[in-house]
Structures are given as structure tokens and as C-alpha cells.
Design a protein around this ligand. Structure first.
Ligand SMILES: [Zn+2]
Length: 430
């Protein structure tokens, strides 16, 4: 990779309206990416939409067929399936559910194809990273596991893929999918204990059969700060690089590990979260960067905008540029506000040292990184030549993007514009 990476960034203005993950966060992030001018430094794509066939690379046909057919109007006809597939409470049915899945999954899949074909060094899909979805089950707001589907695509070209997850929740769906293989190492850093969702991710979940020692879990206590987090993150990632020697990596950047998250209980700052991204990027491997959780949306937007700048090696100002949603960033209007909480840090040095030691001991069991015979590479799941609707393979030129940027006040309703107006979505056409 050259010093200035070639970054592909995926954004679909229609992504997920009405979903409880508040995909509006993605639009808010995109607004900042535009107004900081970051779009000029990368190739911006409107992504391919994944087909049910694409989704069935991982998920069962019954489950995907159900997601295609169920709507808020007809869901009472699906009592059995709602229960079977865990759709309803945490994972509600909403209008456009299947399209939403198709958009964020298509973006991750197209990212993988572009990475495989060296069309970019880094691919970014902030709408992806839905790490809890299982083969036949929705979980924790996640329906289709775009990460697993993207990794399956990467495996056509890459002998060893590393998955890193810094969401506050355990990356259980991805771990489970690759629990038995030595070609994908999953490493998740998350809050563990006291029944914190999803309840898995103990240090002793290490993989099984050929995958033994290829699942890594870093269970953390609440209140962890930047310094403590890096104290574990840095050596663990270094050991993984030394022992596993991945040929590409996928980074899930769930922003619910930030301080003050509505559902989280960690104490990371935006810079601290971004340092993890910088550290991983500096290994210079082909990289797919995804979103994930994050429930205080102004901070999610700050975090992922900052991380976009980190990936581009661009410095951006602490002062949020004027944009149609400036009010969200009151009262400080800064990119790096103090968002730490009074949450006590329950991670002692002794505890963190024990995690470092255990992980390192496990990794030593990987005497040699496995070598994979890569004969008979299956065809790309997604043939870019056949996806000409809006031709996602054609980069939006800078000129195109300039044309698409609306005047800053176009969709801003002044004082009345607040979180509750989120359906006022002219903005999403930006
Ligand atoms: Zn999460």
C-alpha cells in the first residue's frame, strides 16, 4: 500500500429509514464527511444491493425468504416464523426491512469484491457491521450478517482473514460462523459480565476443531478508558499479526464503546476509538472498515467522520463545519467534545495483564500460519460487470459530488429541527 491509501466509501441515501439502529446516524455521518470535504479524497460509491442469493451464502433460504415477505401489515400471519427466527422484540419488523438488509449487505459485499480486485486499499461501509445476526436468526437489531458474507467473499482471494471488533458487544455472529476454521481469526473486544448482551465472549471461547485458537475474546469490565483499552488492544493486535499473519482484515467499529453511549458503559473518547482504527490501518493490509452499534447518534457521527479522516491520513478541524444538522452538535460544536462519564473503571491492571497473557499463550499454539491451497478459485459472488443499474463501478467524480451537495440550509428547519423530525428526509438525497 502506498502512503496515501486509495479509499472506497459506500453510501446509499436510502439506507434503512425507520430501523431501530437509527440508520439516520449514517446520514448524519455522511453529512459531516461531505462538509469536512473528505469525499474529495476518496471514491464515493452508491453500493450494489445484495440479492437473496447473496444473503443465502450464509443464511438459510427459509430465513431470508421470511425477511423478504414479512411486513408490519402481514406479520400476524407469521407467528411461527417470528418466534423461530427471533424477529419481533429486539429485532422488530418494519417497512423496508428487506431493502435495508439488501443495502448494507450489498455495500459490504461490493467492498470485498473491490478489495479482492485491488480496486481500493481500504473500503468503508458505515451502514454495515451487523455482527450479531446468525444463520437462521436475527439478534440484537441485526438481521443479515453482512460481515460474514463479505468475509466469505474475501476468502476467495485471501488465505487468512482477520476480523477485529471494537463494538462494546461481543461479535458473536461472526465468531460463530467461523468458529471451526483456521482461515478466519475473529478477535472481539467487548464488555462481558452481569448478563451484558449477548452474554457470550468469555476469554476461554477460543474456537474448536481446525479453528481451535482462532477465536480470540477480550472480555472487559465497564468504564474502560482510552489508556487501558490501548494497553490491551495494541499488544493483542500485534500478537495476532505476528502469529496469524493475515492477508487482509475487517474492522467493525461499533461506536457504542464510546463514553456516554445510550446503551454502552465504556468510557472511550472519540480520539481513543479512532486510535484503534489508526493502529490497525498502519499495518497497511487491505482493509474493510464497517460500522456497527452506537446509540448516541451525534457521537457516532463524530466518531465515524473522524475515523474516515484517519483512514485518509487527513487532519480535520475540531470545529464542526456549518452543515444542515449543526444543532445536533450543540453546545460545543466540536468534533472532540468531552464525552467521558462518571462511570468507574472496573478494569484493574492485574486483570488486563491476565487477559494479555492468556491471549498470547493461546496464540503461541499457532506454530505456523496455515497455508491454503488456492486452486480453483470460485467466481466472484458479485460480478461488477453485471450490476449496471446506476453502475456502482463508476466512481462518482468530484464534480458529481459537488453537484449533489445541497446548500447547507436547504433542509434545516431551524429551532424545530431535532431528533424527532428524522423522517424529514430531503437530506438523505445529499
Ligand atoms: Zn454493540
Amino acid at each position: 500500500m502506498t502512503n496515501t491509501p486509495n479509499v472506497a466509501y459506500f453510501y446509499d441515501p436510502d439506507v434503512g429509514q425507520g430501523h431501530p439502529m437509527k440508520p439516520y446516524r449514517i446520514a448524519l455521518t455522511h453529512g459531516l464527511v461531505l462538509h469536512y470535504g473528505l469525499y474529495k479524497k476518496m471514491n464515493v460509491y452508491r453500493p450494489y444491493r445484495a440479492s437473496s442469493h447473496d444473503m443465502c451464502r450464509f443464511h438459510s433460504e427459509d430465513y431470508i425468504d421470511f425477511l423478504m415477505r414479512v411486513t408490519p401489515g402481514n406479520h400476524t400471519q407469521f407467528t411461527k416464523q417470528l418466534s423461530l427466527f427471533n424477529v419481533g422484540d429486539d429485532c422488530p419488523v418494519f417497512d423496508g426491512l428487506y431493502d435495508f438488509c439488501s443495502m448494507y449487505t450489498g455495500a459490504s459485499l461490493e467492498s470485498a469484491v473491490k478489495l479482492n480486485n485491488n480496486h481500493c486499499d481500504i473500503a468503508v461501509n458505515w451502514s454495515g457491521g451487523l455482527h450479531h445476526a446468525k444463520k437462521t436468526e436475527a439478534s440484537g437489531f441485526c438481521y443479515v450478517n453482512d460481515i460474514v458474507i463479505a468475509i466469505l467473499e474475501l476468502l476467495k482471494y485471501h488465505p487468512r482473514v482477520l476480523y477485529l471488533d471494537i463494538d462494546i458487544h461481543h461479535g458473536d455472529g461472526v465468531q460463530e460462523a467461523f468458529y471451526l476454521t483456521d482461515r478466519v481469526m475473529t478477535a472481539s473486544f467487548h464488555k462481558y459480565g452481569n448478563y451484558f448482551f449477548p452474554g457470550t465472549g468469555d476469554m476461554y471461547e477460543i474456537g474448536a476443531e481446525s479453528g481451535r485458537f482462532y477465536s480470540i475474546n477480550v472480555p472487559l469490565r465497564e468504564g474502560i478508558d482510552d489508556q487501558n483499552y490501548m494497553y490491551v488492544f495494541k499488544p493483542v493486535v500485534q500478537s495476532i499479526m505476528d502469529y496469524f499473519r493475515p492477508t487482509c482484515l475487517v474492522l467493525q467499529c461499533g461506536a457504542d464503546s464510546l463514553g456516554s453511549d445510550r446503551l454502552g458503559c465504556f468510557n472511550l473518547s472519540i480520539k481513543g476509538h479512532g486510535e484503534c482504527v489508526r493502529l490497525v490501518k498502519n499495518y497497511g493490509l487491505p482493509m474493510l472498515v464497517l460500522g456497527g452499534g452506537g446509540y448516541t447518534k451525534r457521537n457516532v457521527a463524530r466518531c465515524w467522520t473522524y475515523e474516515t479522516s484517519v483512514l485518509l491520513d487527513e487532519e480535520i478541524s475540531n470545529e464542526i463545519p456549518y452543515n444542515e444538522y449543526l444543532e445536533y452538535f450543540a453546545p460545543d460544536f466540536t468534533l472532540f467534545p468531552k464525552i467521558s462519564t462518571k462511570q468507574d473503571n472496573l478494569n484493574t491492571k492485574q486483570y488486563l495483564d491476565s487477559i494479555r497473557q492468556t491471549v498470547n499463550d493461546n496464540l503461541k499454539n499457532l506454530a505456523h500460519a496455515p497455508s491454503v491451497q488456492m486452486q480453483d478459485v470460485p467466481p466472484d459472488l458479485l460480478s461488477l460487470d453485471n450490476t449496471n443499474e446506476g453502475d456502482p463501478d463508476v466512481t462518482n467524480t468530484e464534480e458529481d459530488m459537488d453537484k449533489r451537495v445541497e446548500p447547507a440550509n436547504e433542509y434545516f428547519d431551524g429551532d424545530k429541527d431535532n431528533d424527532n423530525d428524522k423522517e424529514n428526509d430531503g437530506f438523505l438525497d445529499v
